[in-house]
Design a protein around this ligand. Structure first.
Ligand code: SF4
Length: 349
């Protein structure tokens, strides 16, 4: 029997969520940007100009220097899996294979890894290498008509790997995508992720030149959400065997990323810092020296300042400022001042 879940303002799916997405929705996957190199030129490409066509690596938005940074980040968020993206990771196959192997070795076989590719460099041998390294899920994003055949190749030759497709949805492409979905279902693809088409500084010109409109107050293409939901509904009505999942842009930002930050913040918080609802670390900085030994023991004295838990500092009416910082590898983020509190100075005399 067909099934569909439609949760307004969150997401919609038919037949359940792909396993990789189940980890993502809990914020327990790290995102590894393995290279910005790519042989495609999608007009909707959301990758920033600082990264696209450059051989750079990031983990959860932070530039990385060695593979240890990936391990450290995975440890910091208590990750249960990883998503490998780019660019096209297959343009740096050796690196990709090494990262998959190391993650599996360090975190175990159950550490779930999925990888995105346009499929342009996917061959039977490449597929076998990825499988041997331990990849769990392959998400193909066919950028041209001819690349849809790579999906068939992957389905036919994969042994234990789950093969799915991931595409952005444009409102004028519903019929074309629906035809593809019927075909994908027939050849045995396990899932399709329909992404809300996003607008960013890197694609806005191209998007506008194609006469798409931007949704009011949101950096997404008008009508993308409705088109994706229509496709999920059709999948349900036709009882497609593959899972069909609509992933809205706001879900990625507000839920997935926030949950990941909160997990990281909880593990990295110093004893005087508290974790905010946005996953930042907050503390109170006393602007001038406090001689009180008890307070000095509670907080951390550094560079002539005393860092304390915000609540305690407020309760005793200290003068200073509330600071927030993103929890990052090696504490590289710049602290942001949220509020100055000049009310009352603390006099130890
Ligand atoms: S394949 Fe991906 S990274 Fe490459 S241009 Fe297209 S959207 Fe951008």
């Amino acid at each position: 029997m067909s099934s569909m879940k439609f949760i307004k303002d969150v997401y919609a799916y038919h037949g359940g969520l792909p396993l990789g997405c189940m980890y993502c929705v809990q914020g327990v996957k790290i995102v590894i940007f393995i290279t910005g190199l790519c042989s495609d030129k999608c007009f909707y490409c959301p990758v920033s100009s600082h990264r696209l066509h450059k051989d750079v690596m990031y983990v959860d938005e932070e530039p990385l220097e060695t593979i240890n940074d990936i391990i450290e980040e995975a440890y910091n968020i208590g990750a249960e899996g990883a998503s490998i993206t780019g660019g096209d990771p297959l343009l740096r196959l050796k690196r990709t294979i090494k990262v998959i192997k190391v993650l599996k070795e360090v975190f175990g076989e159950d550490f779930h890894i999925h990888l995105y590719t346009s499929g342009r460099f996917l061959t039977v041998d490449v597929l076998a290498e990825l499988e041997k390294a331990g990849l769990d899920e392959l998400r193909i994003h066919p950028t041209t008509q001819e690349l849809w055949s790579r999906v068939e190749l992957a389905v036919k030759h994969s042994r234990r790997l789950t093969v799915g497709v991931e595409v952005p949805v444009f409102p004028d492409m519903v019929e074309e995508l629906w035809k593809m979905m019927l075909w994908l279902d027939k050849i045995g693809v396990k899932f399709i992720n329909l992404n809300e088409a996003e607008v960013s500084e890197s694609n806005i010109e191209q998007v506008m030149s194609r006469n798409y409109s931007i949704a009011r107050g949101r950096a997404v293409i008008e009508g993308s959400e409705e088109a994706a939901i229509e496709l999920v509904k059709r999948a349900m009505r036709h009882g497609l065997r593959m899972k069909v999942h609509y992933c809205p842009a706001r879900f990625k930002d507000y839920v997935q990323m926030r949950l990941r930050l909160i997990r990281k913040a909880m593990r990295l918080a110093k004893y005087y810092e508290n974790v905010t609802r946005d996953g930042m670390l907050e503390y109170f900085e006393v602007l001038h020296g406090v001689e009180d030994k008890v307070l000095a023991d509670i907080g951390e004295a550094t560079g002539g300042k005393l860092l304390l838990p915000t609540r305690l500092a407020r309760e005793i009416g200290l003068r200073g400022r509330v600071i927030r910082r993103y929890p990052t590898l090696r504490g590289r983020s710049l602290p942001i001042e949220i509020e100055s509190i000049p009310k009352k100075s603390y006099d130890t005399a």
